[in-house]
Write a new protein. Structure first.
Lengths: 127, 259
């Protein structure tokens, strides 16, 4: 009888809000960043082995997919950094009122997009 | 472990539809999670058409109306109806709360009512909270003092008493713990916001002499540090308390104290 008891629905029905979205995104961007950093390290290592390697990677990064990956990584690094600052402030015991968590969460979301745009312009030598 | 899908036998199916018989123009559709332990069937969602013209303002009033006028087989816990006992904690419109204090006007469209999330269901909207009560017992929620006198009260300054504000008001309705994804995935080890708020309540009590031991007990990777400040707990608390902040305060004490 005990084992027959069903498990009540959880993530399927629970409403998302800013803090839970930022929290899960923090984890996802964390995983993306680890993979991203690994590839950047590999790239840097390959540079030591000669110019031809550089050209291959360079031409890949200039394709549409390559550009998407660079922009995506710029965003996920920005998001992770801002969200980590939010976590550090919370670890100090501040910013736990629901209203404040909404504001800081929105700051992280929009801040990461703004950072991505700024980095894009810097990369294009427009700033 | 993180398990997104419901296990076999827990998937929710479409249930019965109870059409309105009063002929009212002001109808609200209410979808309620049902599970009957005496049948071998999966849980189902029954839909009731409820006449809102003769229904008071809270979600509990809707449930009472359904039970009294439409379907007496519906099972749910309720007692005080004033947000004091914590019996009618459930998930309404995707958020945990007390049915007796939650106005149904705050929920747009159809009203979805589920039991508290990620619990073993006993019947319909009644979840099994035994695990949570065991964890509550494990933090030994009573005063431990070296005071020898049994006739004199232990004096507490107003300032020390203030530290308990926001912690002692908890009614242990489990809205916060069952809203927490960390508690869903690690509920067997992670204590969860409700129990940690109570742990905090005894840690900061100036009359308690076991502060160090209490802190040591709670300082555990899984018991405490599974809190990732998702803040579902604080946004769910029907009493307006802040379990996430209490957990952060415990973490801070552990980081600064010499244990």
């Amino acid at each position: 009888m005990e084992n027959k008891r069903p498990l009540s629905p959880h993530i399927q029905i629970y409403k998302w809000h800013i803090s839970s979205l930022v929290s899960i995104s923090h984890r996802i961007t964390g995983i993306i960043n680890i993979i991203g950093i690994t590839f950047i390290c590999l790239w840097a290592t390959l540079l030591l082995l000669g110019e031809s390697n550089y050209l291959v990677i360079n031409s890949f990064l200039n394709t549409l997919i390559g550009k998407f990956i660079i922009l995506g990584l710029t965003w996920s690094f920005s998001f992770q950094a801002l969200s980590e600052i939010r976590h550090l402030i919370m670890d100090l015991g501040y910013g736990f009122q629901i209203q404040i968590t909404k504001i800081t969460g929105l700051l992280v979301i929009f801040g990461s997009i703004i950072f991505t745009v700024i980095f894009y312009f810097i990369g294009k030598n427009l700033i | 472990m993180v398990q997104i899908n419901l296990p076999k036998g827990s998937e929710v199916q479409k249930g019965n539809y109870f059409k309105d018989k009063t002929g009212s123009k002001n109808i609200k559709k209410v979808n309620v999670y049902r599970w009957d332990p005496s049948s071998g069937d999966n849980p189902r969602i029954d839909t009731y058409e409820v006449d809102m013209d003769s229904c008071p303002s809270k979600v509990l009033d809707i449930l009472n109306k359904i039970k009294n006028e439409i379907d007496p087989t519906l099972a749910y816990r309720r007692s005080c109806a004033h947000g004091v006992c914590g019996s009618c904690a459930m998930n309404m419109g995707g958020k945990n709360g007390l049915a007796c204090t939650k106005p149904h006007s705050e929920i747009d469209g159809d009203i979805d009512i589920y039991p508290l999330p990620h619990l073993k269901v006993k019947k319909d909207l009644i979840g099994d909270l035994d695990g949570l009560y065991r964890q509550y017992k494990s933090i030994e929620p009573w005063l431990k003092t070296n005071s020898k006198s049994d006739s004199m009260e232990i004096i507490q300054s107003k300032k020390d008493r203030e530290k308990l504000d926001g912690a002692y008001e908890c009614i242990m309705c489990a809205c916060c713990s069952t809203s927490c994804p960390s508690y869903w995935w690690n509920g067997d080890k992670y204590l969860g916001p409700a129990v940690l708020l109570q742990a905090y309540r005894w840690i900061v009590d100036s009359r308690d002499d076991e502060r160090q031991a209490r802190l040591k007990k709670v300082a555990d990777e899984l018991k405490l540090y599974r809190c990732h400040t998702i803040l579902n707990c604080t946004s769910a608390c029907p009493k307006g308390l802040n379990p996430a902040k209490a957990i952060a305060e415990i973490k801070k004490m552990l980081a600064t104290a010499n244990i």
